[in-house]
Design a protein around this ligand. Structure first.
Ligand code: 13P
Ligand code: SF4
Length: 355
């Protein structure tokens, strides 16, 4: 005799709880209430998918007001998050700066864990939530505080410039942070002719090409960007003649040398909006071009991207669950907050100085 197993998985149970608490059907009222959002995303989200997203978008936007929450979303989040529920979007630097200005008592970070930690470090008295705490980063996972201390011992006196894609514990043993949008500026502004720049070997090598300072680095890499090669760029050029190709500085130097522009995610967006090329390939995470395409008429966006599995852990369902249950709360060890904050605030101050 076949025995029927009727137990709900945790995901099914969470879905059932959400369906009981919120009307997640695509009713005429929900259609009308979310029409303006669909207008913004319709070129990237097929009409057949909208009945699934719309009730979640509606419920999240209502719940975030009830819970006094703000949603900070990175440029790599999907269009339904970026254009549907985010209050603030941006690159790592913009999100860090915005985190110092929020008035709401709850921050929902739609991005990866180090970004949520940064928000918590800058707002220790606020509740910071991440919809899936497994959203990590290969760069952040590549280095420990002990590794940094060993480098300090090896290069005495050299300032430690740490990419924000690191844990709070690593930031806490650093002198100053940087992001991909201000890396060169920070390296130029710290004292000394030798700089320890960690953990992204490619960001460090790409920065080293633009400065006279000697840069020592770590063997970390972004699993999304390190796989692009100069041969990929050559293939894109022959597949899409005349298209402009731009890339993130986490790509290897031979890729950066072969493209038309390199910049942070926000830098790439600004470049497209200013240059307005007829056709462009963004060599970075795939959601970027979807998000920019929706705001940039007249530019054709061609594919040459990879997906970040960590960024893609965040979705509308777990954002709603996060607000509904006020989980998963991000905490940072007390002893890391002040030194990590000093490194982040020094970066923000140096980025502004002399602008
Ligand atoms: P940006 O600071 O350019 O947004 O980059 C963050 C990131 O994780 C890129 O992979
Ligand atoms: Fe980390 Fe790369 Fe994903 Fe950015 S794209 S979060 S650097 S793994």
């Amino acid at each position: 005799m076949v025995q029927m197993i009727n137990a709900l998985t945790p995901i099914d149970a969470a879905r059932a709880e959400l369906a009981a608490a919120y009307d997640l059907r695509f009713t005429p009222a929900i259609r009308t209430a979310t029409d303006s959002v669909y207008e913004r995303v319709k070129d990237r989200i097929p009409e057949v998918e909208w009945p699934f997203f719309a009730p979640l978008v509606f419920a999240i936007n209502r719940l975030k007001k009830e819970k006094d929450a703000i949603i900070l979303a990175h440029n790599y989040q999907t269009p339904q998050i970026y254009h549907g529920v985010a209050d603030v979007t941006g690159d790592s630097l913009q999100l860090a700066i915005e985190a110092t200005r929020v008035s709401q008592s709850v921050i929902v970070q739609c991005g990866v864990h180090f970004m949520a930690e940064t928000s918590k470090i800058l707002n220790p008295d606020k509740t910071v939530l991440i919809p899936d705490s497994r959203a990590g980063c290969s760069l952040a996972a590549s280095i420990s505080p002990e590794d940094v201390l060993a480098m300090r011992a090896q290069y005495p006196g050299a300032p430690v410039v740490t990419y924000v894609n690191t844990s709070a514990a690593v930031k806490a043993v650093s002198d100053v942070c940087c992001t991909s949008s201000n890396a060169l500026d920070i390296v130029e502004k710290v004292e000394g002719s030798q700089v320890i720049m960690i953990p992204d070997q490619y960001l460090a090598r790409n920065t080293a090409k633009k400065t006279k300072k000697k840069i020592v680095t770590w063997a970390g890499a972004c699993e999304v960007h390190e796989t692009f090669t100069a041969a990929d760029i050559a293939e894109l050029r022959s597949a899409y003649p005349g298209a402009r190709i731009i890339a993130h500085p986490e790509c290897p130097p031979e890729v950066i040398a072969a493209v038309d522009f390199s910049g942070s995610t926000a830098g790439m967006i600004d470049w497209v909006k200013t240059e307005r090329p007829a056709r462009v390939v963004m060599v970075t995470e795939c959601s970027m071009s979807d998000n920019v395409a929706l705001e940039t008429e007249g530019v054709e966006f061609l594919r040459g991207c990879n997906l970040c599995p960590h960024m893609k852990r965040i979705n509308l369902e777990n954002i709603l669950w996060s607000l509904h249950t006020m989980t998963e709360e991000v905490t940072v060890a007390e002893e890391h907050i002040a030194p990590a904050r000093a490194a982040i605030e020094k970066m923000i101050a140096l980025s502004r100085k002399g602008d």
